[in-house]
Design a protein around this ligand. Structure first.
Ligand SMILES: C[S@@+](CC[C@H](N)C(=O)[O-])C[C@H]1O[C@@H](n2cnc3c(N)ncnc32)[C@H](O)[C@@H]1O
Length: 496
């Protein structure tokens, strides 16, 4: 029978093994910051460190407690670590913790489990007959492994058996940890920001927000700052949350560069502004400053949903590597245009593109018919953009009048707005593209989307201006790719 972690058996180099294990060690300044977030000062601390690595997180917390005025009487640590090559270092760290505690007259003990945390925790959470008694952790500090888990993997099936549905190991770890915490137990976790929005993490988000009460969300200004030595290009977030207590009125939203000694900017934001009670998707919004507050207020005044506008947004149907045999570098008599982000040229698609690295065309026949949409005017939005880019939402118009083709294929790296699978009137398309390209939408979007994807669900979750307003705006737009100040001025005049 396959066991969780089987995927780790074929490793060729230590770097590859680290990637397999989702092993990115927390730098000391970040570990210290995480340790500083614990509020409660229990006399007896039962600490869980799942995926402990070298034990940097536990050590940071133990150090802090030993130096604090309100010292605990005792600290018990349970550290899980799957990688046997880390165990000696972990023991050494825990011996240092023991010495610190001895000097501070705190009783200390630690259990190191060189086991798969998921396999160990699931039976406890499921309260299986022969499972060990549920430990009552009142604190957990964690930087869980980040790795996708396939839908047929043993880790995924185990998690599912405990009622946890997720496609990434980190969310599985955090979900299990929240179940192992006692009421009023505190969690401080550093994870990718990807769970804050999107459909894949909806069950995890819903569970987290129901079980735990958010106290603080901390983000880093640059994607690479927190884990600079590990080349991690994830946006990360630190969550501090408490189990089984009422939601607070306010949540602290803070940010820092992630560099050692860097300053931390923080502000209090109403809980309902972080997770809107009206939002069935329960997106988590991070309004880091006044610009974000005002973008949120402006977007909150818009009232139309996409269905109310008669519009839909879908992901481009042509997945190029699955349709390889039908792709053509240049258009021919039997092809339809194939549109990629590289065809964006200002506010309009420019096609075909000479010397494009991507194919310009797709064969149009019975086999590809399902992948194509009828000629018309469509608003396209790039699906992959990063935090460092000037804009996260980049919209552009495809106009078949400029291309003269009866069908078109939109590649999967694009989202396209349509009306029941057909195009939009030009003024509506121009107004919509200009609205999407405005700074207000971009600033608002960045508050809840902390990864590199702009999913159709994200675009569906936005509030939009009324159709007549978009059309009126559209009549004033020559090119939705016009300079940003001009778009913002027109959008401001017409919509806000
Ligand atoms: C992101 S690293 C963090 C390490 C350490 N907590 C830190 O902050 O520096 C995640 C750790 O989890 C370990 N790990 C991966 N899969 C695991 C599993 N299924 N059970 C226990 N540990 C696991 C990895 O070997 C790695 O050391």
């Amino acid at each position: 029978m396959r066991q969780p972690g089987d995927e780790q058996s074929v490793v060729t180099s230590s770097q590859e093994r680290r990637r397999e294990l989702g092993q990115f060690l927390t730098p000391n300044p970040v570990a210290d910051f995480m340790a500083s977030l614990f509020d409660a000062r229990p006399q007896e601390l039962d600490l869980l460190d799942a995926g402990a690595g070298d034990g940097a997180l536990t050590e940071a917390l133990v150090r802090r407690l030993c130096a604090s005025r309100l010292k605990p009487r005792r600290i018990f640590v349970t550290a899980f670590e799957l990688d046997e090559t880390k165990i000696e270092l972990l023991h050494a760290t825990l011996r240092r913790c023991q010495q610190e505690c001895d000097s501070a007259s705190i009783r200390f003990s630690a259990t190191v489990l060189n086991e798969d945390f998921i396999a160990a925790a699931v039976p406890i959470v499921r309260k299986e007959l022969f499972a060990p008694k549920q430990p009552r952790f009142n604190a957990a500090i964690v930087n869980p492994p980040y790795r996708k888990i396939r839908s047929d993997s043993s880790a995924r099936l185990l998690l599912r058996s405990a009622g946890i549905e997720t496609g990434n190991l980190y969310a599985g770890f955090v979900a299990l940890i929240t179940k192992l915490l006692a009421d009023r137990g505190e969690l401080v976790a550093i994870t990718p920001r990807s769970f804050c929005n999107g459909p894949y993490f909806k069950p995890f988000r819903a569970d987290l927000l129901e079980t735990m009460s958010l106290r603080r969300l901390h983000v880093f200004e640059s994607r690479s700052a927190a884990f600079s030595c590990d080349n991690v290009l994830q946006e990360n977030i630190i969550v501090h949350a408490v189990k089984g207590v009422p939601k607070p009125e306010q949540v602290i939203i803070s940010s820092s560069s992630g560099a050692s000694g860097g300053s931390v900017t923080e502000r209090e934001v109403a809980y309902r502004e972080v997770v809107s009670p009206a939002d069935a998707e329960q997106f988590i919004h991070l309004a880091e400053g006044e610009a974000q507050d005002s973008a949120r207020a402006v977007m909150g005044r818009l009232s139309a949903s996409l269905p109310e506008l008669g519009l839909s947004v879908s992901t481009g149907r042509v997945v190029d590597f699955r349709a390889k045999e039908f792709l053509r570098q240049q258009p021919g008599r039997d092809t339809a245009p194939l549109i990629y982000p590289c065809h964006f040229n200002g506010g309009f698609v420019h096609w075909p593109k000479e010397k494009a690295r991507k194919p310009n065309a797709i064969v149009s026949n019975e086999q590809t018919r399902e992948l194509l949409v009828p000629a018309g005017v469509y608003v396209l939005v790039k699906r992959f953009t990063a935090k460092e880019e000037r804009k996260r939402i980049v919209a552009c118009i495809y106009d078949s009048h400029q291309v003269r083709a009866s069908l078109v294929g939109f590649e999967n790296h694009l989202n396209y707005f349509h009306i029941n699978g057909h195009g939009l009137a030009m003024n509506l398309a121009k107004g919509l593209a200009a609205f999407l390209n405005s700074t207000v939408v971009d600033v608002y979007f960045r508050q809840f989307n902390g990864h590199t994807q702009v999913n159709a669900t994200d675009l569906r979750s936005l509030n939009y201006p009324a159709k007549a307003e978009l059309e009126k705006l559209g009549r004033r737009i020559a090119d939705p790719g016009m300079p940003q100040e001009e778009i913002d001025a027109l959008v401001g005049e017409e919509l806000f």
